[in-house]
Design a binder for this molecule. Structure first.
Ligand code: AMP
Length: 543
C-alpha cells in the first residue's frame, strides 16, 4: 500500500520561489570585486535569477548543459546558483585555486558551454583561452563601467546582458533527480573528478542542515560564509538560507583578517563558516587590534581539523563556540557536525574542548561506519580505527562520466579518511588513506609531486607526506634517497622542482634518508613516516 501524498519535485527553483514569497525582505550583503559593499534583498535576487534564466534561453542553453562560474562569494554568483540550476542547466562552480592544467582539464571535461567570471579571474582564463576553445563565450560579472579590455573570445558584460532581459519567467518542472550543479575534487589521485549533485540531493541536504542542532540557520540568523561558493556550494548554505530567510553576508575577495573584521563589525553576523586557515588570520588580526568578535555566537570550522588552540581562542577571547564539522565534495558536503548539546553544558571547559576537537556526529541522512582491510565493520569504541565509509541521499554513487574509482564498496562510499567512532557516535579523523595533502583548504597530490621529484637523475626514491603546519594545517615535506655518490643538497632539489610545479606545492623541507619503508605490495608505507615526521616543521620552526 502506497502513501497518498502529492509527489511534488524537490527543485532548486522551489527554494527560490519560497524565499521570494516568504522571505522577500531578507538581506544579502556583498563585498564586490569593484571594492564597494552592495546590498539588496532576496526579492531582488529572485528577479535577477529569472533574468539569467531568460538570458540562458536566448543563448540556446538546454537542460543538462553545463555553465561554468569562476567567482567569489557575492550576490551575482548567488543569482547564478538559482538562475542556472532553475532552468535545468547545470551550474559548474570552478575553483580558481586549481592550477592552469587542472582548470583546462575540468572546463573541457565538463564541456562548459559558457563561463561567468568575476573581474579578478579574467586573467586566469585569458592565460588558458587557447586550450578551452570549445567554450562559446564568457560573461564578465561587472557593469559596463568596469568592463575590462580582454582577449577572451566572445566576452560580454553581465549587467548589460541581464538588463536586456525580462524578469518574468516560469521555472520549468522536471525530474528532481536531474543534475543541478557540479564541482570537481582534486582530493583524489589522478585527474580531478567531477561530482554531480541533483536537485533532490541538494534540497534534502539543505533541509537537514538548517536545524538548531545542526547549522542553526534560523530566520533570525545572520551568517558569513567564508567557505567559497566555488567549493562544494559554500557547504550548501546558499540553499539553506532560502528556506529560513537568514541574512547572508558575502565576503567577496576580502578573505584577510582586516577585511573580514570590517564586514563583521558592520553587519554583525552571529555565525561564521570556513576552513581553519581563514580563522587563524582573523584571530591574529583581532589580537593585533585588541578587539572582540561581539556579534559572533558560533563558528563552523571544517575542511581540515580544527586545532584545540583555535577552539580555545574563540571561546576564551571571543565568547564564540566552535562547531567542528567534517565533510567532502562527494558528500554535498556535510557529514558530521560537533554542535553544542546538553551533554556539554556541565562539562569542565578543558574536557569540552577535547570533545569539540572531534569531528562531530552525523547529521540526519548520513550513515557512517569504519571497516578493516577485509571490509569487516569495527566497533564504535573510540579506539579501533579503520577506513571511514558513508552512505546517504546526498552522497555520490559515481563520478562524472563514470570516471574509474575504487571507493565504492557494497553501496557505501570509501571516504579515504581513517577514523575512530565512539559509543556516542562521535567521529575522530586520525589519518588519511588517500595519498593527498590538504594545505590551507586546497589539495596537493603527493604522488604527482613524487613523480616530478624522482625525475631528478641524482635521486633514487622520493616520498612526499603531509605534516602539521601552524598556518596551513598541513604542508608537504619530501623524503629522498640520494643515488650512490651524489651529494645533492636541499637547494639542489628545490631548484630542480622550481619550474615543474606550482609554487605553493613546493615542499617545506627536503629530508635525506637512507631508506624508506614499503608495504607488502611494494608501495611506500607512509603511515609510520607520517607518525615519525608529524611535528617536523613545528619543531624546525621552534628550533
Ligand atoms: P574536500 O572534498 O576538498 O572538501 O575535502 C574533503 C576531505 O577534507 C575529507 O575527506 C578529509 O580528508 C578532509 N577534512 C574535511 N573536514 C575535515 C575535518 N574537520 N578534520 C579533518 N579533515 C577534514
Amino acid at each position: 500500500m502506497l502513501g497518498q501524498i502529492m509527489d511534488r519535485p524537490l527543485l532548486i527553483s522551489s527554494l527560490l520561489e519560497h524565499a521570494e514569497t516568504t522571505h522577500g525582505c531578507s538581506e544579502i550583503v556583498s563585498r564586490r570585486c569593484e571594492g564597494d559593499i552592495h546590498r539588496y534583498t532576496m526579492r531582488d535576487a529572485a528577479k535577477r535569477a529569472r533574468k539569467i534564466a531568460n538570458l540562458l534561453g536566448r543563448l540556446g542553453i538546454n537542460q543538462g548543459d553545463r555553465i561554468g562560474t569562476l567567482a567569489w562569494n557575492n550576490y551575482r554568483h548567488y543569482e547564478l546558483y538559482y538562475g542556472i540550476s532553475g532552468t535545468g542547466a547545470v551550474l559548474h562552480t570552478i575553483n580558481p585555486r586549481l592550477f592552469a592544467e587542472q582548470l583546462v582539464y575540468i572546463i573541457n571535461h565538463a564541456e562548459d558551454r559558457w563561463i561567468f567570471v568575476d573581474l579578478t579571474f579574467v586573467p586566469l582564463l585569458e592565460a588558458i583561452k587557447d586550450q578551452i576553445s570549445a567554450v562559446e563565450g564568457f560573461i564578465v560579472m561587472c557593469d559596463e563601467s568596469h568592463m575590462p579590455e580582454t582577449s577572451l573570445n566572445n566576452a560580454h558584460c553581465y549587467e548589460t546582458m541581464i538588463a536586456a532581459e525580462s524578469d518574468e519567467y516560469e521555472w520549468p518542472e522536471f525530474d528532481e533527480r536531474s543534475a543541478c550543479s557540479m564541482c570537481y575534487t582534486s582530493g583524489t589521485t589522478g585527474n580531478p573528478k567531477g561530482v554531480v549533485y541533483s536537485h533532490r540531493s541538494t534540497v534534502i541536504h539543505a533541509l537537514s542542515s538548517i536545524g538548531e542542532e545542526v547549522m542553526g540557520l534560523a530566520s533570525t540568523s545572520c551568517f558569513l560564509p567564508v567557505v567559497p561558493m566555488f567549493h562544494v556550494n559554500a557547504w550548501g548554505t546558499p540553499y539553506s538560507a532560502a528556506i529560513t530567510g537568514a541574512k547572508q553576508v558575502f565576503p567577496g575577495p576580502g578573505m584577510d583578517g582586516a577585511s573580514l573584521w570590517e564586514l563583521i563589525e558592520a553587519e554583525e553576523p552571529d555565525l561564521l563558516l570556513g576552513v581553519p586557515t581563514v580563522w587563524l588570520m582573523l584571530l591574529n588580526h583581532m589580537d593585533s587590534i585588541g578587539k572582540k568578535l561581539d556579534s559572533v555566537e558560533n563558528v563552523i570550522v571544517g575542511g581540515s581539523a580544527a586545532p584545540i588552540s583555535m577552539i580555545r581562542a574563540f571561546q576564551e577571547k571571543h565568547d564564540a563556540f566552535l562547531i567542528h564539522a567534517w565533510g567532502m565534495t562527494e558528500m554535498s558536503p556535510i557529514g558530521t557536525l560537533n554542535s553544542r548539546n546538553k551533554h556539554m553544558e556541565n562539562m569542565p571547559l578543558e574536557e569540552r574542548y577535547q570533545l569539540q576537537a572531534k569531528q562531530g556526529r552525523p547529521i540526519f541522512g548520513v550513515e557512517m561506519k569504519i571497516i578493516d582491510d577485509n571490509n569487516n565493520e569495527l566497533p564504535r569504541d573510540g579506539v579501533a580505527y579503520g577506513r571511514l565509509m558513508v552512505r546517504g541521499p546526498w552522497i555520490i554513487n559515481g563520478y562524472y562520466k563514470n570516471e574509474a574509482a575504487d571507493n565504492f564498496v557494497d553501496g557505501w562510499f570509501d571516504t579515504g579518511d581513517v577514523a575512530t567512532i565512539d559509543d556516542k557516535n562521535y567521529l575522530t579523523i586520525v589519518d588519511r588513506s588517500k595519498d593527498v595533502i590538504k594545505s590551507g583548504g586546497e589539495w596537493i597530490s603527493s604522488i604527482d609531486l613524487e613523480n616530478v621529484a624522482v625525475g631528478h637523475p641524482e635521486l633514487a626514491e622520493c616520498c612526499v607526506i603531509g605534516v602539521r603546519h601552524a598556518k596551513w594545517d598541513e604542508r608537504p615535506i619530501l623524503l629522498v634517497i640520494r643515488n650512490e655518490g651524489s651529494s645533492i643538497d636541499e637547494q639542489g632539489v628545490l631548484d630542480y622542482l622550481e619550474d615543474k610545479i606550482v609554487k605553493w606545492w613546493t615542499p617545506d623541507a627536503v629530508v635525506f634518508v637512507d631508506e624508506l619503508p614499503h608495504t607488502a605490495t611494494g608501495k611506500l608505507h607512509k603511515v609510520p613516516l607520517r607518525q615519525k615526521y608529524e611535528n617536523y616543521l613545528l619543531e624546525l620552526e621552534g628550533a
